[in-house]
Design a protein. Structure first.
Length: 419
């Protein structure tokens, strides 16, 4: 067959069976002609000893010259060790992003993640990923597609970053499962939005307002007792929401004041609590047919929704900007105010990483700032020619003086008795 051109291919008459006419210049490049008159360009060559045939496309929509260029590319790739036919076959059989998501949930998330994380991943897929790119092939997704999806959620940056994290993990697994080439994750180099860690700590006055609101709704019965008890325990233990909502009586040791949690965000841990929290636990009625401390309306179930009661209670207390998780932050800040160090705070909160507790470090500087202020005031007074006595000298501690005098008298009495 002479060089394949539009003219020569148009002149080929179909036979009773399909036949292949090969180009005499580019070895392996040809056109298949069917009895119906349909003509399709193809290329055939060997890859690692195997004969591979790849269809380029139909004559007409694809010109002979474009087919020749593509055939040359395929032959060059084969000589370099790549298998275009295999890649083409994989692309044809590749699942959609929705299908990858279903496999991701079943084979990875359900096996390795906690129920709360499972729910969040599923939510990201159903609400943000599938509606945008769910119907497209996994092999067709490019970096610009991920960037567009991420940018489309710029009005909710935290959710945008969480969704991006799900996509990144999914496409990493797509490589592991052989659905995409190694190093082809389209999430690479797409930058997350900057997240500002929110820090909200309740003051003693705000704790008082919240306590008052809890007592009022308890008296008028406008909120369930379970919701009220859950909020009190969150305030008094520093536990995470999920730890209190799933707490079972089997994990509560009131006598030694411990919650022995078999599982948490950081694994099994022991939460120590004080007398006030113990009193709250003692006041909660144990139901024979329900293992949970914070019970739900259905028999044997736990309370599943604390957000709606919390919003009503915090509004009553005038704390509309306070989240449930801020109660945990406030517990930590309260410990720091009492002089506890960051290592102890980490143990109280069950942190496994020092960096997690370090976010409270600036609160530990308050005593330092106070001391610096007193020193500055003293030096400033001296500069003005005024004498400023230390606070301890200005207002002697009468109780401490009385204690010292009592100890001195006791030592004198002991000396007399010894004589």
């Amino acid at each position: 067959m002479p060089r394949l051109t539009k003219r020569t291919v148009d002149q080929i008459a179909p036979g009773s069976t399909d036949t292949i006419h090969w180009d005499d210049e580019l070895r392996g490049f040809g056109v298949r002609v069917w009895p119906t008159g349909r003509k399709v360009y193809l290329v055939m060559n060997r890859v690692k000893g195997r004969l591979r045939k790849i269809t380029i496309g139909p004559h007409g929509p694809i010109t002979a010259e474009k087919a020749r260029v593509r055939a040359h590319e395929i032959i060059s790739e084969a000589k370099a060790g790549r298998d275009p036919a295999k890649e083409q076959d994989q692309a044809r059989k590749a699942p959609t992003v929705k299908g990858l998501g279903e496999r991701f949930l079943k084979e990875h998330v359900e096996v390795r993640c906690k129920p709360s994380t499972q729910a969040e991943y599923k939510r990201s897929l159903e609400l943000f990923i599938n509606p945008k790119i769910g119907a497209r092939k996994v092999t067709d997704i490019e970096r610009k597609d991920i960037a567009e999806l991420h940018h489309g959620l710029s009005h909710i940056p935290y959710q945008a970053n969480r969704t991006f994290g799900v996509l990144s993990k999914m496409f990493n697994l797509a490589e592991v499962w052989g659905l995409r080439p190694d190093g082809s994750n389209p999430c690479l180099h797409v930058k997350k939005y900057v997240e500002q860690k929110r820090e909200r700590f309740l003051s003693p006055e705000e704790f008082a307002a919240l306590g008052k609101a809890l007592r009022e709704v308890e008296q008028d019965g406008s909120e369930t007792q379970s919701a009220i008890e859950a909020i009190r325990l969150l305030m008094l233990t520093g536990c995470r929401l999920g730890e209190i909502m799933t707490l079972k009586w089997a994990h509560v040791e009131i006598k030694v004041r411990e919650l022995r949690l078999p599982d948490s965000k950081t694994g099994a841990k022991i939460v120590h609590f004080g007398k006030t929290a113990a009193d709250v636990l003692k006041s909660i009625e144990k139901l024979e047919d329900n293992p949970y401390v914070i019970t739900g309306k259905k028999q044997g179930s736990r309370l599943t929704d604390l957000q709606h009661p919390w919003r009503r209670i915090r509004a009553k207390a005038g704390l509309d900007d306070v989240r449930i998780h801020d109660l945990r932050h406030s517990y930590a800040s309260g410990a720091l105010a009492l002089g506890e160090g960051l290592p102890m705070i980490g143990k109280l909160l069950g942190h496994t990483q020092v960096q997690t507790t370090a976010r409270y470090a600036h609160l530990a500087n308050n005593p330092v700032k106070s001391a610096a202020g007193r020193v500055s005031d003293t030096i400033g007074a001296a500069m003005l020619g005024k004498e400023k006595k230390p606070r301890s000298a200005e207002k002697p501690n009468k109780r401490k003086s009385a204690t010292l005098q009592s100890r001195k008298a006791t030592r004198e009495e002991a000396a007399v008795a010894a004589e």
